[in-house]
Design a protein around this ligand. Structure first.
Ligand code: GCW
Length: 675
């Protein structure tokens, strides 16, 4: 009988090793632990190892500061090691930089060393080592030098100060503003542990649709309490301010970024923030977008706003993440083209310290989008990639959808900006332009639900975001397997079944929601179910019919050169490929083309039949996941088993509903071309 679990421990759910050979090896090699560290890091490392090792090894393990004796694990910074004459090569130390770590066997086969240049990197290294144990890796001759590819790896919370979460599906906000700063919820530390374990080093606390109070002294003092906890885990705080804070919170008559008193107000606010939180990371700003205030309200442009803010932080090295999610359709009637047209002319006008933050696709976190054409089009501006972990358009906390394959599709996409190999990931990590700073932001899916994310499997997306932010060359398969082993079990049956379920789950979701490049046909407002007929929004580009354009002739948005010409925003050879119906990848067909109903796809099927094939396939896949899950009964504790089973049942009903609504709706247009 397996003990019931509620999912609170996430992937830090330390378990006894049930593989005898591994257990023997681990026990032999980890006889005790010596932590050579200062107070704060010592406590954190000891806390985690105390939690993990006695359970994993199923024996008492001495963990302390005492000298290096016997066989065991030694954890200490390079500086500490030097004092003990346990020197490691200068080259390794340099290569590790500030955030990397080294795990290496030394002194014959008797000791393992975890080392790093900084205290917080040591914590990352320790979590990595624990991951190796949790996933039953061989640690004999272990030699891992690991560094992150992207500097700022941030989780962004769309949390409002009233405790609600925009697009949050897992309860209320984790930040209890009414209790802070006096009462500290133990969950803050567990959140920080989870983030640190996957290398996240920054947290944007509040919603991009922001309220000015977040910058008030009262709230800053509350934030200090969070910053103190997060700092010890290597996590810095960022905020999303409203652009009109000087008028809203201060008593200025304007928030015009070019006015000296506005500049002064921000400068003073930044000085206040940094006096309280010396390692404050910076601001993320949604401006002149979806009704939010911005420089355009005062006749300015994005760079006027962003540069003014970064200037106010100049003395403190803070950054500004200026969002490109701006779609003023007076710029272009095709919403997908607006951000590019608005931002490309500003390339070169942003000051150092400003990132333009770009969503993965040009519309809005749809189940699948081609990559955003801004990637590669602003070589003089560092671009941060924004991904959505919370499943706004992908079944929220009900559908099991593993998102790493979607993110990999974007990261690996070749923009051809500088010829072949100019991938989105190389633009984001800065290696294509030799940028010195890089950033990636994931819109969080956490909340106050006991299991953090609403769905046990949604935890995998939080996990995968962190792992890919650390190293976007990791494969979704490997990340998936790590997560399963730590979260569910190392039993090969469990690992294989769940792996299979997860790896196809995103493509299946695309199939039963928006196959072949369809997009934005969800119900208005909450974006959960299908509503392809929707045509009643206050803006044309918030209607489903704006996006799918179904008519008697065909289906899809003509963004080719005979239509909105959005394809022109992509580099050669992509724009030709996207422009030409015959060679456009079928996954983006209806994104770029209005395709005739009697058009035959590569399968030989006509459009409607092909759509049906995808919708049917999506539904079948969910039925398959349900079956696969059922086969694991008895191998998963019943509490988590039933929770997931219920969700899968609803997902199946939902997938059928998507199928029926969309097929029924498109059938009216396809007419007699439907068999
Ligand atoms: O995805 C859309 C959401 C909005 C969100 C907006 C944005 C925070 O529907 O809820 O607002 O994008 O990214 O700013």
């Amino acid at each position: 009988m397996l003990i019931n679990e509620d999912g609170y421990r996430l992937w830090l759910r330390y378990q006894k090793i049930n593989d005898d050979i591994r257990l023997l090896q681990y026990r032999k090699m980890i006889d005790g632990v010596t932590i050579l560290e200062n107070e704060q890091t010592f406590d954190i490392i000891k806390y985690e190892l105390d939690l993990a090792l006695p359970v994993i090894l199923d024996k008492q393990v001495g963990i302390g500061r005492t000298g290096v004796t016997g066989r065991g694990l030694v954890v200490g910074t390079i500086d500490n090691l030097r004092k003990l004459n346990l020197d490691i090569p200068e080259l390794d130390s340099r290569e590790m930089g500030n955030e990397g770590f080294l795990i290496r066997q030394y002194d014959g086969d008797s000791n393992i060393l975890i080392t790093a240049n900084s205290n917080t990197a040591l914590i990352t290294g320790m979590f990595h080592f624990l991951r190796r144990l949790q996933t039953h890796h061989d640690i004999q001759n272990i030699d891992i030098l690991n560094t992150p590819r992207i500097h700022r790896r941030l989780l962004c919370h769309w949390d409002n100060i009233d405790g609600s979460i925009e697009r949050g599906y897992a309860g209320r906000s984790l930040w209890k503003w009414n209790e802070l700063p006096n009462k500290i919820d133990p969950r803050y530390r567990d959140y920080a542990r989870a983030c640190a374990s996957i290398g996240i080093n920054g947290v944007i606390l509040n919603n991009v649709n922001s309220q000015p109070e977040i910058l008030s002294t009262e709230y800053l003092l509350k934030i200090v309490a969070l910053a103190d906890i997060f700092r010890s885990y290597g996590i810095r705080i960022y905020l999303s301010p409203p652009f009109n804070a000087p008028a809203q919170l201060g008593s200025l008559r304007t928030s015009d970024p070019r006015k000296p008193d506005v500049k002064r107000w921000w400068k003073e606010k930044m000085d206040e923030i940094y006096s309280l939180i010396p390692d404050f990371g910076g601001f993320q700003v949604k401006a002149s977008s979806e009704g939010q205030p911005g420089p355009h309200d005062y006749g300015g442009n994005h760079h006027d706003g962003a540069n003014m803010l970064v200037e106010a932080m100049h003395d403190h090295n803070g950054i500004v993440l200026w969002r490109a999610f701006v779609y003023d359709t007076t710029i272009d009637k095709d919403r997908a083209k607006c951000a590019y047209k608005g931002f490309v002319p500003l390339d070169g006008k942003f000051d150092p310290g400003v990132f333009v933050q770009v969503k993965n696709g040009p519309v809005d976190f749809q189940p699948r989008e081609p990559f955003h054409p801004l990637f590669g089009a602003m070589p003089k501006t560092p671009l941060a990639l924004e991904l959505q972990i919370t499943q706004e358009y992908l079944g929220q906390a009900v559908h099991l959808v593993y998102l790493a394959p979607m993110w990999k599709e974007v990261l690996d996409a070749d923009t051809f900006a500088y010829g072949e190999g100019s991938t989105v990931s190389r633009i984001v990590d800065g290696s294509l332009y030799a940028n010195t700073e890089s950033a990636i932001v994931g819109v969080s899916n956490t909340g106050s639900d006991r299991n953090w994310c609403g769905h046990h499997f949604a935890q995998a997306n939080w996990y995968a975001f962190g792992r890919l932010a650390w190293d976007h060359y990791l494969s979704s398969e490997d990340i998936c397997e790590e997560w399963i082993r730590m979260t569910w079990s190392n039993d090969p049956d469990v690992v294989n079944s769940i792996r299979k379920m997860m790896l196809g789950s995103w493509e299946a979701c695309v199939d039963y929601m928006t196959p072949l490049g369809l997009h934005h046909i969800t119900q208005e407002g909450h974006h959960y179910g299908p509503d392809p007929a929707f045509n009643g929004a206050s803006r044309e580009d918030w209607n489903s019919v704006y996006y799918h354009r179904a008519d008697k002739e065909g289906l899809g948005f003509n963004r080719s050169s005979s239509g909105s010409n959005a394809i022109s925003q992509y580099f050669s050879p992509l724009h030709k490929q996207f422009d030409d119906l015959a060679i456009c990848p079928e996954k983006y067909l209806l994104w770029f083309h209005h395709v005739l109903w009697d058009y035959r796809l590569s399968s030989g099927r006509m459009l409607f039949e092909e759509l049906k094939h995808h919708y049917d396939g999506g539904v079948e896949y969910v039925a398959g996941m349900k079956k696969a899950w059922k086969s694991l009964q008895g191998k998963i504790d019943s509490q988590r088993f039933e929770h997931v089973q219920n969700k899968l049942e609803t997902q199946e009903v939902n997938a059928k509903f998507w199928h029926d609504v969309c097929m029924g709706y498109f059938r009216q247009f396809a007419g007699d071309r439907v068999s």
